[in-house]
Design a protein around this ligand. Sequence first.
Ligand code: ZN
Length: 179
Amino acid sequence: MSPLLPIHLLGSAVLRERAKDIATVDDEVRRLVEDMRETMQAYRGVGLAGNQVGIPRRVAIVQPDHEDLLVLINPEIVERDGEIEAEEGCLSIPDIYGDVRRAARIVVETTTLEGRRLQVPASDLKARAIQHEIDHLDGILFLDRLSLFRRQLLLRKWKNQRRGETGLLREEPETAAEA
Ligand code: ZN
């Protein structure tokens, strides 16, 4: 076990950056993915993007319950179908949840850890998590996809629950079921 990566919280500038493409899938990238996997699993998240661990490169992972880890490197959504609204959370915004409308089914094209380009169809939670993580790589948070009213409500809740806390890094797992 390597030490967990610190997770950047809402307010940290790196969450608002557009992550840069990965030119080559090398050992450094594979090591990063492994560290991200350990971190995501420790926090019991279903997804984690580079920006969230302070590394604005186009790498993310997704792992809905009981499924194999999906590694996303330079991912692009190439097909979308249907729309569905469901609740989301985020490891970077603990204890805040909101209903987000997303494509119900997608096909994502991604580079594998072996450097091959691959298309992966996804639906349900997996499709939702992939869209959430690709948003992170574009500097977008799920809060941005809510109505102004809902967003302001949740931001007020976030500020209240963080009263007195100023740190923008999360270094101890404590809650469950976020992405
Ligand atoms: Zn997130």
